[in-house]
Design a protein around this ligand. Structure first.
Ligand code: ADP
Ligand code: MG
Length: 256
């Protein structure tokens, strides 16, 4: 589960998060939509203290941290609760597929090599990459690299996985394979928070959809509520703009 209360974050005098409150129950999948610059990435990074919030409370699983009083030990234990999947994969170029997934298990989870290898093979099978164990990232397609990124997160068996636009760096023909893997994991009941511009995917996978703008959650609801009868003008405008793009023609179809 994730619980956020009163999360604020400024860079200099630019207030990027203006008071975020959010509760996600264990096992739920929540997607975040919103225009560029609205604070989506910063919000994800505040959940694992890659950015330290200026104010507020972050709880993931049973680790609760108050930003104003956070010490190193608390931050470390909070970080262990989540894993992140990045837009640009962030793989080690000099490590193989297997090595990339094993690394976190050995360093963060203190597993021995044998255990780490078994666990890595297990999750790499899940993302369909068992035949690529000894490949280097540069020998893989973007979709395959991102599936390694997902396997790496999954291997840690975290309380939650945070996805920051996991398909937005991919060529269109590679988006589907990555979304399919994420959907697979979602069906297994792990808590997930996903920033995405893939509207069909958000509709299919989400228990709840959030719309962010200007550092606030402007609106939240079921996929049906958000996509077919959004209450807020800013949500409507955003969806209208996005739905002009060819891949989301269903928005018009389901509107009437
Ligand atoms: P989104 O992911 O919704 O596009 P971000 O959270 O990346 O939005 O950014 C929100 C705003 O915060 C942007 O104006 C961005 O330039 C600014 N910002 C993000 N990270 C930093 C940083 N480390 N230093 C200064 N400004 C930042
Ligand atoms: Mg972003």
């Amino acid at each position: 589960m994730i619980y956020l209360h009163g999360i604020k974050k400024a860079f200099g005098n630019h207030e990027v998060l203006k008071g975020i409150n959010l509760t996600i129950e264990k096992g739920k999948v929540v997607t975040i939509l919103g225009p560029s610059g609205s604070g989506k990435t910063t919000l994800l990074r505040c959940i694992n203290f890659l950015e330290k919030p200026d104010e507020g409370i972050v709880q993931v699983g049973d680790v609760k941290v108050e930003a104003a009083k956070a010490n190193k030990k608390e931050i470390l234990s909070l970080r262990k609760q989540s894993a992140m999947v990045f837009q640009h994969y962030n793989l080690f170029a000099h490590k193989t597929v297997l090595g990339n997934v094993m690394e976190g298990l050995i360093v963060a989870k203190k597993m021995n090599k044998k255990e780490a290898r078994e666990r890595s093979e297990q999750v790499l099978e899940k993302v369909g990459l068992l035949d690529k164990l000894n490949y280097f990232p540069s020998q893989l397609s973007g979709g395959q690299q991102q599936r390694v990124g997902i396997a790496r997160a999954l291997a840690l068996n975290p309380e939650v996985i945070l996805f920051d636009e996991p398909t937005s760096a991919l060529d269109p023909e590679l988006v589907g394979e990555v979304l399919a893997v994420i959907k697979d994991i979602a069906d297994e009941g792990i808590t997930m928070l996903i920033v995405t511009h893939e509207m069909n995917f958000a509709r299919d996978v989400s228990d709840q959809v959030l719309f962010m703008d200007g550092g606030l959650i402007i609106e939240k609801g079921s996929p049906y509520e958000i996509f077919t009868k959004p209450k807020e003008e800013r949500t409507r405008k955003f969806l209208k703009r996005i739905s002009g793009e060819p891949s989301v023609s269903w928005l018009q179809e389901t509107a009437h």
